[in-house]
Ligand binder design. Structure first.
Ligand SMILES: Cc1cc2nc3c(=O)[nH]c(=O)nc-3n(C[C@H](O)[C@H](O)[C@H](O)COP(=O)(O)OP(=O)(O)OC[C@H]3O[C@@H](n4cnc5c(N)ncnc54)[C@H](O)[C@@H]3O)c2cc1C
Ligand code: SF4
Length: 331
């Protein structure tokens, strides 16, 4: 095991300064991803700064306007069980309940979940095969290797990995806002801009830099919030990452869709919003499967499956249709 020093932070500003000034410091919350990465030698920080003692970061607040503010240190299990989360945004609670295992959800924080790294097996292999995310410039073993679990949209030759977070897909569909504290104060990042596509720098998963600490995620009130659903398709029903997943939320007028929100996991380096489908679904009857399917297909016109994951294109379309129908049934 890689040796490291552990200290506990009790002051937000000091924790941020320590992280900004020392490239060997890593924040640790639940440790459920970071410690695995250290065992796989995919992350080798010399100093871990435990942020669990920082005040006021674990609160889950139901905002008076119908939105939510979820502290970065709130545990996945607490958020999934919160009555207001379940009532206002079932898609968030479901995305968390389908993620990891009970024990992991008790430890794992929302901030850590958004920062978790890809499950690409080459990236996590401690024999360190070529991987641009782990070792920039070394190549991508998955591009022409085993890529069944990899991306079908938005990938580059430098990296074809997918983002593994489930709750990030729900946050993307709902246009959540990530509140980040850095050396120059607090800033808000729209969820669409938080995670990155790989382009030529796949080693960077998000737009955060040194000294940036997620303090909370805010979910604004949404007309589509209550009629929402998270559907996850995976290789086994006990804990497993998504092959594809869908967060769907709709507002309806009678039988017709007034507005729809759709985001997918397991298909790209970041949660993938189905923008073309959302536009095409406006005014469509919820029970017209052919028209719904045609609208969803518009978001896959640019899909570029790899050698082993062509099946994901059809699976993703069917999953999106099913999630939309279940969400619509909750109106
Ligand atoms: C077996 C297994 C199965 C899993 N299955 C799923 C699944 O199906 N779906 C899913 O979504 N996830 C799954 N996970 C991942 C799990 O949800 C994450 O490991 C967890 O959410 C990470 O949270 P943490 O608090 O433990 O983060 P840590 O491991 O403590 O930290 C992870 C990263 O986030 C950084 N970090 C932590 N908090 C902050 C903050 N506030 N601001 C900035 N950076 C921060 C750390 O520095 C580190 O880089 C699984 C994990 C395991 C081990
Ligand atoms: S897909 Fe990305 S993470 Fe996986 S081997 Fe290629 S560069 Fe590494």
């Amino acid at each position: 095991m890689h040796p490291f020093a552990l200290s506990r932070a009790d002051d937000l500003a000091k924790a941020i300064a320590a992280h900004a000034m020392d490239g060997q410091v890593a924040f640790i919350a639940g440790g459920t991803d970071l410690l695995g990465l250290m065992k796989d030698r995919a992350a080798l920080p010399e100093r871990l700064l435990d942020i669990n003692g920082l005040p006021d970061l674990a609160r889950i607040e139901a905002l008076p306007d119908g939105g939510l503010r979820i502290g970065a240190l709130a545990r996945m299990s607490e958020v999934a069980a919160d009555m207001e989360v379940r009532r206002r945004f079932p898609v968030i609670a479901e995305s968390l309940l389908f993620a990891a295992s009970g024990q992991l959800r008790n430890m794992a924080s929302i901030g850590g979940n958004l920062m978790q790294r890809t499950r690409c097996a080459y990236f996590r292999d401690d024999d360190a095969p070529p991987c641009n995310k782990r070792s920039p410039g070394s190549g991508c073993s998955a591009r022409h290797g085993l890529n069944r679990n990899h991306a079908i949209l938005g990938w580059s030759d430098a990296c074809v990995a997918t983002n593994p977070s489930d709750v990030a897909v729900a946050f993307a569909a709902l246009d959540a806002i990530v509140h980040v504290r850095g050396l120059s104060g607090e800033r808000s990042i729209s969820f669409a801009d938080f995670h990155r596509l790989p382009d030529s720098a796949p080693e960077r998963d998000t737009v955060l830099g040194r000294g940036d600490l997620i303090v909370a995620v805010e979910v604004p009130a949404r007309a589509e919030g209550r009629a929402s659903h998270y559907l996850k398709v995976r290789d086994r029903e006990s804990y497993e990452f998504a092959l594809v997943s869908v967060a769907a939320a709709v507002a309806v007028d009678g039988k017709h869709i007034r507005s729809a929100r759709l985001a997918m996991g397991g298909v790209a380096h970041k949660p993938w919003r189905l923008a073309a489908a959302e536009s095409a679904l406006r005014g469509v009857p919820l029970d017209d499967v052919d028209v719904l399917s045609a609208a969803i297909a518009q978001s896959f016109a640019d899909a570029r499956p790899l050698a082993h994951n062509r099946f994901k294109v059809e699976l993703a379309k069917r999953a999106a249709l099913r999630a939309l129908q279940v969400a619509g049934g909750r109106k």
